[in-house]
Design a protein around this ligand. Structure first.
Ligand SMILES: Nc1ncnc2c1ncn2[C@@H]1O[C@H](COP(=O)(O)OP(=O)(O)OP(=O)(O)O)[C@@H](O)[C@H]1O
Ligand SMILES: [Mg+2]
Length: 340
């Protein structure tokens, strides 16, 4: 099987962050579809318990279990692999962790009674995070025995619909965040294993943004934060909900400056059979000049993003509301730009 050359060959954990509402969940879903190529199994994971993935794929609310939600983007030559989804919550992750490592099969009820669960997940926010990132790390590392007896990775890739940019550094820097809580012992060991996955070249953090000042600034801050932390790699910058600019480039500046020739415009409107063309021309010129200013501002923001030196991708605004068809369109766009 040949591997297609993408920007992220060898990456197995794709963490998707960004300012709230910029399309993290949507882009994470599209990326999962795009990565699930050639029979590759992909896990799409949600960590904030909002059932965004279920909504996105139009399936009933998802439990703490890996459920198939879609088939990945296929090509003429290859079939898409399965996309599984998982809603990870800290409580379930803690129970699973205790079962796996201590064989405490019925620990759950006792712990809940004792209120240990409350302690673990409310009082100790660092632990909460390590349980969630730990689940992702476990899925990345999980192995299967293949038909020929060799051992292979269960998932070709894991995509995490992660917390927003403002929280991403702390969320992923599990070892440091936990240090006061657990200096030694099994939790420490677990955190270090998780950190080693997150800090390995197999993990990257993608930033979703729209071309507006605040989300772009958050993206730049987020990338700077990761660089300062060291060890956690920034991935791609995904400009979402991009709309085509209607005006040709050479008219943008003039339009933005309010220098459109309204007489000429009026003549053209008249030629097109529109009544009251002079006042229409003035209104239209004002509208165009607004659009042109926005387009120029967006271009400047895009240049600031590109200056970071991370691969940049652009996803179109899907008209008429997001649905599965729209999601596959975004997946195609990601693949065409070599993001997957
Ligand atoms: N490319 C797109 N074209 C059109 N609509 C989009 C696009 N991407 C996202 N949306 C829509 O924008 C809204 C926000 O998207 P989404 O829920 O993915 O953002 P989010 O960053 O995950 O938000 P939150 O911070 O609340 O988790 C949704 O209604 C979604 O359908
Ligand atoms: Mg979301």
């Amino acid at each position: 099987m040949t591997t297609r050359d993408t920007d992220w060959d060898g990456v197995r954990l794709h963490v998707v962050t960004g300012k709230g509402g910029t399309g993290k969940t949507t882009v994470a879903g599209a990326l999962a579809l795009a990565l699930a190529a050639r029979g590759r199994r992909v896990l799409l994971m949600e960590v904030e318990g909002r059932q965004g993935i279920a909504q996105l794929f139009d399936v009933p609310p998802l439990p703490y279990a890996e459920r198939k939600v879609a088939v990945g983007l296929g090509t003429a030559a290859d079939e898409g692999g399965d996309v599984f989804a998982l809603v990870a919550d800290p409580e379930s992750a803690l129970l699973e962790y205790l079962e796996m490592f201590y064989n405490l099969r019925h620990a759950g009820t006792a712990l809940t009674k004792l209120g240990v669960m409350d302690f673990a997940t409310t009082i100790a926010p660092g632990l909460r995070d390590v349980l969630l990132t730990g689940k992702a790390a476990e899925a990345v590392r999980r192995k299967n025995v293949r038909n020929d007896g060799s051992r292979g990775r269960h998932y070709g890739a894991v995509v995490m619909d992660a917390p927003a940019t403002g929280r991403i550094g702390r969320f992923l820097n599990v070892s440091a965040e936990l240090s006061d809580l657990a200096r030694v012992g099994p939790v420490r060991g677990h955190a270090d294993t998780v950190q080693s996955v997150i800090s390995s070249p197999e993990t990257v953090v993608h930033f979703v943004t729209v071309l507006e000042e605040m989300p772009v600034q958050e993206t730049l801050d987020g990338i700077a934060e990761l660089r300062a932390l060291g060890g956690i790699r920034a991935g791609g910058i995904i400009v979402n909900m991009a709309r085509p600019v209607e005006l040709p480039a050479n008219q943008l500046e003039a339009a933005a400056d309010g220098q459109l020739d309204t007489d000429q415009l009026a003549l053209e409107l008249k030629a097109a059979g529109l009544d009251d063309s002079p006042s229409l021309a003035v209104a239209l010129a004002a509208e165009l000049s607004d659009q042109a200013r926005t387009a120029l501002a967006q271009r400047a923001l895009e240049q600031r993003l590109r200056a970071e030196g991370q691969p940049c991708y652009e996803l179109p605004w899907v008209t008429g509301g997001m649905d599965l068809a729209g999601l596959y369109r975004l997946a195609v766009a990601l693949r065409e730009q070599r993001a997957a």
